[in-house]
Write a protein that binds this ligand. Sequence first.
Ligand SMILES: Cc1cc2nc3c(=O)[nH]c(=O)nc-3n(C[C@H](O)[C@H](O)[C@H](O)COP(=O)(O)OP(=O)(O)OC[C@H]3O[C@@H](n4cnc5c(N)ncnc54)[C@H](O)[C@@H]3O)c2cc1C
Length: 377
Amino acid sequence: MAEHADVVVVGAGVMGCGTAYWLTRARYNVLVLEQESIACGASGMAAAMLESVGHGARLPLDDPLAELARASFALHQELARQLPEDSGVETGYRENPVLHPAFTVEEVAVLKPQALALHRHNAAMQWLEGQALWDVEPRLNRAVLGALVSPQAQVLAYRYVLALATAAERRGMTIRHGEVVGLVGHAGRVTGVRLRNGETVPAETVVLAMGPWSQQAASWVGLKIPIYPVRGQLLELLVPDPQLNASISYGGMYLVRKADGVTLAGTTEEHDSGFANHPTAAGRQAILRATLHMAPSLEEAQIQDQVSGLRPCSADQMPLIGPVPGWHGVYMVAGHFRSGMLLSAISTRIIAELITTGHSPLPIDAFNPARFGRVES
Ligand SMILES: Cc1cc2nc3c(=O)[nH]c(=O)nc-3n(C[C@H](O)[C@H](O)[C@H](O)COP(=O)(O)OP(=O)(O)OC[C@H]3O[C@@H](n4cnc5c(N)ncnc54)[C@H](O)[C@@H]3O)c2cc1C
């Protein structure tokens, strides 16, 4: 075990392992503390669609998350080459377009102008209709009036996090089982973290990457951290040939064929789930209804499994990224909701650069962890 880690990271999801990856590349000595196991949360089971303009192509171009999404997409393209080399783990990275279909004139009225506006910034973003659209994806419902076509990459979620962790371990990162229950500090500076077993682990720098459990840290740092779990369910489908070429995304639901041959059909967005992490009959029904609307010929698909995970969602649905005011040496990277796999590359790079250079490569004011105010004592 690393005797004196430069940085202790709490949580081994995509945010914690990503932070460890960049820090070890900068030769920092990192200890990751995880209460369960690597990628045991949403990070291990996500659909891991990495859409260049942000999840669901719903972000206006001037949204602060849009810049983060573009930068993260570019980093994922770089990591697609670098990470298997650094780790020896294949991440299932591939690029294929995602179709956002319009089935009504009202949907066309929203999506078509959006496609044309996006096309001015990125020629790969397009509005397609008729045969041009069937050529991209023959299984798309023929009742479609047109679709916004957007570039997308994807990875296999668990293998991606495993690759980050393995690459970091090869550069000296240590991962240890342990549930952090508090911070230890002196004169506004962190000096360590306290574990459930009573042990104190010394640390001058701590990164809180605790996903939907982040709210627990509110009492540690004296800030309101309104992050709550939002359950999402997926069906794993085995589709007889021909397989889907493109991903399809409609009304928050989607279909995506993964590098392991499975087609993921998702997803629910259950804001009242609490920490109850199990698939439900209602979830299955909603996903199947959407699946057969997007691609009716998938009625032949075999259902291999139904899984669920808890996304970390903040009160304003924006992530918390950056230093924690009032606690010198403490940083937070959490609350990425439906875009955590996409945004993880840049969010964790930002945290690593804040630690190693004191500067963020992108503006992060909109993601200030202190924006919800202080906990009243
Ligand atoms: C069904 C589904 C589909 C998704 N699809 C996509 C997608 O297509 N594209 C996309 O970009 N995103 C997607 N996401 C979202 C993405 O998965 C999440 O935003 C992301 O994984 C969150 O990562 P995280 O590291 O913040 O949290 P987590 O993965 O929850 O990791 C947090 C870790 O911290 C640990 N921890 C917490 N508290 C403590 C403590 N006190 N001590 C020690 N360890 C602790 C936990 O055990 C956990 O391992 C999807 C999510 C779901 C559920």
